[in-house]
Design a protein. Sequence first.
Length: 457
Amino acid sequence: MDYNLDQGGPTLNPDAADTAVDHKAPYVDNGTERKDPARYYARDYMAKEWERLWSRVWTIAGVASDIPEVGDFFTYDLLHESFIIVRTGPGPADVKGWYNVCGHRGNRLVQAEVGHVEDRFTCGFHSWQWKIDGALAHVTDAESFRPEVLDCAPDLVPVKTAVVAGVVFVNMDDDARPVEDFLGPVVEHMTSFQVEKMNVVRHVRSEWAANWKTGVDAFYETYHLHAVHPQTQPIMGDINCQYDCYPNGMSRMIVPIGQPSPHFPDQTSINEGLQYMLGSVGLDAASFKGTPADVRPALAAAKRRISDKFGLGWDNLSDVQLTDSFATGIFPNVQFGMHPEGAFLMKFMPHPDDPQRFWYDTITLVRHVDDPHFRVPDWMGLPEGTDCSGRERPDIEHKGIGEPPELGLVLDQDSELLPVVQKGLRSKAFKGPLWCEQEQRLRHFHNELDRYIEGEK
Ligand code: FES
Ligand SMILES: [Fe+2]
């Protein structure tokens, strides 16, 4: 097929207005350079990333729906640093971030991943206390301190924190520009899918023997689907995927769902995968009259009826948004897969000491619908019996190196692949990746990373 190289590949909705969420962004020419593979394993590169990237860039800490009540908190670790994200009031902006460290002797103040305090945090070493607004509230045996020692008023140290579409961002750089400027069009992408109305129903943190960027790279393209995830071919357009690159290293791919890959041999019958997709929206596959090309429009129409029936307000979404997978890359380390029914927030979290390890942090969110007839679709891959009411925040499930993350077949396949790729990246014979335009998001991401590492950002 003609790949439309000049335009950066396929366009899924040629009729989309310039301002529409599914509009194809103008092609960004990121060149053809090969990157030095040392970035995937060298310790000095990792040190530069800490100094020039992580300590200056906005990153996603978590979601605000995890902390609905005043005093609810979660902790967010970024390499060796840790933050407490706590709700201090009812408003959307009443989410504060503090460095998670005790001002007395440097103990990590809070150890829990998610929790609630009445009004203060207490250090486990000598019981100093801080209010959730950061003010020092209690010093044990204060009379035993010479007064000038406590003169520095060691309140908790704030980290810049912002909430966008229910997602909590932090930035260690006090002079960082507003997060909305950094995100650009991604803000509207998130709000259009009503992400702020979704709740976390599953959270799996699994450790993989690879660099965090080896993880990002693998999730930023559909080029590998035919080889690694052949089971997706009956229902996913891989080479038909629309890729979009935006300012500040942001990017997006829209993967058409409900049509066979052009690589799939059977282009004429309603294959089992398509039958499954029809069934997922309550359509009877056996009586479906049409070709594979008719399936996506049928899915979109069925979803519009679901929206009307349950009052979901999906009227603002295009057909492409209703049926396809919108995977948005939020620079530097997130892929946010958004659908009307729910979302997959995937964070590629670097290891604090080892450039060849990262945590794949997968947070599954669903839109809660207060109607017993509404069902979260099976394709979201939630285990049988998952509580989708949003009433209780599930604990994080931890998986160690080499353990399958148990996030469904596709992700288990990726977890097996990535450590093998990581090994190859270190070979003397490997001179850096040769990216095609199906991999344009990788080039866009790495070029932006270079701008940080080289001090241009
Ligand atoms: S280290 Fe926290 S109270 Fe002493
Ligand atoms: Fe994959």
